[in-house]
Design a protein around this ligand. Structure first.
Ligand code: SF4
Ligand code: SF4
Length: 193
């Protein structure tokens, strides 16, 4: 009993310290989950994640799909009456899962997230075509994805929404400074991007 209580408190304390969010101050009003674009397909809704932290449910949390699915859009925070930034907690949980070798069944969003961040780090900005091509290659459903693009791509060129200059990635002037920000964040997170 004593060991379980200590583990429960250490999880809560670690997450509060690393995220800067007071998990225990959540009212459990569920507004965050109502606004979250992914809560319907997450295995645990954002407000449930907070409750699970309080109950010390570490294994379920760190192996959950929900922590990998959060895209850090901040909609939950904008709707929270307590000014709680859920994405900070999700970030910490994701980092802890990586540090401790937990495996999630949700792999598509983390892959896309890594490609997105790699694009911003390498070019100083997001390059849509690169992101799309790399993501299609990484997800292993190239034929389906290319087929879905056929009705969209050519009309975008014809209407001038996209030009040949958009196809190849180019770095912005301040790319080195952006890459430095990534390096500093990776150091702060102990080498975990
Ligand atoms: S909206 Fe805020 S207070 Fe309400 S459940 Fe979500 S995090 Fe807690
Ligand atoms: S930041 Fe994450 S948890 Fe919050 S609304 Fe966006 S996807 Fe949902």
């Amino acid at each position: 009993m004593k060991v379980w209580l200590e583990e429960k408190h250490s999880l809560l304390e670690e997450i509060e310290a690393r995220s800067g969010q007071k998990v225990q101050e959540c009212y459990q009003c569920s507004k965050c989950s109502g606004g979250c674009p992914f809560s319907r397909v997450m295995d645990y809704a954002p407000n449930s994640i907070l409750e699970m932290i309080v109950y010390g449910m570490k294994d379920q949390l760190l192996s959950s799909k929900a922590i990998q699915m959060c895209i850090q859009c901040g909609i939950c925070g904008a709707q929270c009456p307590a000014g709680f930034e859920m994405y900070e907690v999700m970030n910490v949980l994701r980092a802890m899962a990586k540090e401790e070798g937990y495996i999630s069944h949700e792999t598509k969003i983390p892959k896309m997230n890594n490609i997105f961040l790699g694009e911003v780090k390498n070019n100083g900005r997001m390059h849509e075509v690169n992101l799309m091509v790399k993501n299609m290659l990484s997800q292993g459903e190239l034929v389906r994805d290319v087929a879905a693009l056929i009705p969209i791509g050519p009309p975008m060129f014809l209407k001038g929404i996209m030009g040949f200059g958009d196809v190849l990635p180019h770095k912005i002037k301040g790319q080195a400074a952006v890459a430095k920000i990534f390096e500093n964040v990776e150091k702060m997170q102990g080498g975990h991007a």
